[in-house]
Design a binder for this molecule. Sequence first.
Ligand code: ATP
Ligand code: MG
Length: 321
Amino acid sequence: MIQICEVNKYYGKTKVLNDINMHIKEGEIFGIIGHSGAGKSTLLRCINRLETYEDGSITVQGREVKNLDERELRFLRKDLGMIFQHFSLLERKTVFENVALPLECFKYSKNEINKRVDELLSLVGIQGKKNMKPRNLSGGQKQRVAIARALALNPKVLLCDEATSALDPNTTKSILGLLQDINKKLNITIIMVTHQMEVIKQICSRVAIMENGEVLEIGDTEELFLQNSKNLQKLVGEDDIVLPKGTNIRIIFPKEISNDSIITSMARDLDINFSIICGKLEKYREDILGSLIINVDNDNRENIKDYLNYKKVRWEEIINE
Ligand SMILES: Nc1ncnc2c1ncn2[C@@H]1O[C@H](COP(=O)(O)OP(=O)(O)OP(=O)(O)O)[C@@H](O)[C@H]1O
Ligand SMILES: [Mg+2]
């Protein structure tokens, strides 16, 4: 759907995108996460050519974005809806008028506009707010208006730049739910730029981690969690808690076996003691994934590793630094 190959971008002498490679597949919800200044927004703006890039290639449905003329660019932007952290609504216009704006630009008739805006407001769940001004809406409702406006021209992709960063946790959840619905119902590919791990965990099937203009890692969200990617840990700001003596082993529970009693059966079968240092279960979209860190005497270490291998359980030894 969107192919990004070896893209570099400079602001003056500063390189803000450094050799970016990414492939976003049709119908997926793809996350781009990273700290402030990582280059996430710049990359997103290169995709719809609000920004240019010096070299490399970005294609949307096979068309090189850099080479489009004015008319082609208009149609590219029609295919790429966009929403922002601060909604970017026109304060003087009503909800209806805000959503109607792109339709007017594309010369839809009055009747078509009335029908389409009603459809969109009902899709995003704010039919009753049609004649209100943005200032009288809550943050979540404003973002729903912005989503309706972004969907007006039936885009194939929705680009979301920190779409939930200005919202409280419950409103964030409901907006993410709406985006998930839109992705499923309308088969719209979604790119979520965010610095919130919660957003990635709740709705993104794949994620790219960016820092200082570079992509550090790309992969399935769950897989990165199960591998306990160091980059992901750095983003969440969590370090492993481990004991300074003995051997610390992380046992990883993918969704199929998170309910199994591997810990108790290991204690029984091997007849050894170990301490549980910490553990966590986390929800990734529909699945619960978990990991547990145990500490064992060095004498038992090989036994435990053999046992976990025999049971086909994923594990890793955490080396004290
Ligand atoms: N118009 C501009 N002129 C010069 N430098 C810019 C411009 N826009 C962005 N930058 C720089 O490019 C880098 C990447 O910025 P960008 O806005 O893409 O980061 P981001 O990952 O979206 O950050 P945030 O999470 O804060 O939104 C930053 O160092 C920023 O200062
Ligand atoms: Mg940004």
